[in-house]
Design a protein around this ligand. Structure first.
Ligand code: EPU
Length: 338
């Protein structure tokens, strides 16, 4: 395994931030991960695991070892009349995996088409879009715990999945690495068209009979129309989470702002559309140097070319302050700031 020094990370984070990692290595197996950990220990530097780099904002050079996870194996490990269990290496690109599932006729993940990033990161923030979250189709994962030096299996009940949340973002943050994820997919797909814009997109496509391909295409069409392609403009998808507030606070806001966009949750609280809150503060399309707010979706911060992580972070602070001042709502970043 080759370990590089002062390695440029620009092409390894979808924001396209130009920083270096002090040390960098690509790892495809547990042996290589162990080798990397030993190296970092010897050099007395921290270790960061990098997947697709699609949910990270680098604000400075990383003074440690970056391990890029490379395992892309995919294996069908079980099958019943209803389901297939598919085990996927953490380094597989998420959308390549979704595309294969759609091609094979395995349902469940098609609404999550075109989400940037790798399979290994999918459970960390329980990625979700258009009425589906990965927890709905998650079977288990293999986790290598650094200190305990052993591989553990985690089932859904062990992962504390929540909205863009899991145990891997909290108690287990930085403690280990997800090696592979097993998904449980439907052989007879159940289509989730609950999200309004999906219905509209399907109507526009004039699809006769619903299919996995049609669902995937509808999602791709929506995402392409609203979200910037990281290959063209640096970004990390939604920069903020949609804030959850108690009913009383929601009712009070709704009184003041009758157009407020919010969704009632099962626990009685409301999720506010952060995109709407930011939009109302008139940030959409705003640009400061090369840092900006996407013109078609206020939740997405963008790097037009040479913005630094500090530029993006400073802009996000301004956005958060203005939302707090106008609505009294504290927003939380979804993206990891390093
Ligand atoms: N809205 C505005 N202005 C905007 C953006 C949104 O008014 O600039 C309002 C719209 O009225 C819309 C509502 O906000 O009805 C919700 O917007 P949208 O349907 O685009 O969804 P979102 O809440 O902005 C979430 C996820 C996305 C996911 C979509 C679709 C979060 C933080 N974001 O966005 O996930 O693709 O729903 O399910 O939960 C990501 O996590 O990176 C991501 C892109």
């Amino acid at each position: 395994m080759e370990i590089f020094t002062n390695y440029p990370l620009k092409s390894l984070n979808t924001f396209g931030i130009n920083v270096d990692g002090k040390y960098f290595a690509q790892v495809a197996s547990l042996e290589e991960i162990r080798e990397g950990l030993a190296f970092a220990q010897q050099k007395k530097v921290p270790v960061m695991l990098l997947g697709g780099g699609s949910n990270i904002l680098f604000t400075k050079d990383y003074n440690g070892l970056i391990l890029k996870i490379g395992d892309r194996n995919m294996e069908q490990i079980a099958e019943t009349s209803e389901h297939v269990l598919v085990k996927v290496g953490a380094g597989m690109n998420w959308d390549d995996f979704v595309a294969i599932c759609v091609e094979k006729g395995w349902g469940g993940l098609e609404n999550l088409s075109l989400i940037p990033g790798n399979v290994g990161a999918s459970p960390i923030q329980n990625i979700g879009a258009y009425g589906v979250e990965i927890k709905d189709h998650f079977e288990s994962l293999e986790y290598y715990h650094f200190e305990q030096n052993l591989i553990q299996s985690f089932f859904a009940k062990d992962c504390s999945f929540g909205y863009r949340d899991s145990i891997f973002k909290r108690k287990l943050k930085g403690k280990g690495v997800i090696l592979s994820v097993t998904y449980k997919l439907d052989k007879k797909p159940v289509f989730n068209t609950s999200y309004g814009t999906i219905k509209e997109a399907l109507e526009k496509m004039s699809v006769g009979e619903l299919s996995l391909q049609a669902m995937r295409q509808a999602v791709i069409n929506i995402r392409r129309s609203k979200l910037p392609d990281p290959n063209e403009i640096g970004n990390a998808g939604s920069f903020f989470k949609n804030p959850e507030v108690p009913k009383s606070f929601h009712d009070h806001l709704k009184n003041q702002f009758p157009n407020l966009v919010a969704f009632k949750l099962d626990n009685g609280n409301y999720k506010l559309a952060a995109g709407w809150l930011i939009d109302q503060c008139e940030w959409k399309g705003y640009r400061e140097g090369d840092a900006g707010i996407h013109a078609k979706q206020a939740l997405v911060l963008v790097n037009y070319a040479h913005a630094s992580g500090q530029d993006i972070l400073a802009l996000s602070e301004k956005v958060m302050k203005s939302v707090k001042a106008k609505f009294g709502v504290e927003m939380e970043r979804e993206v990891n700031v390093v």
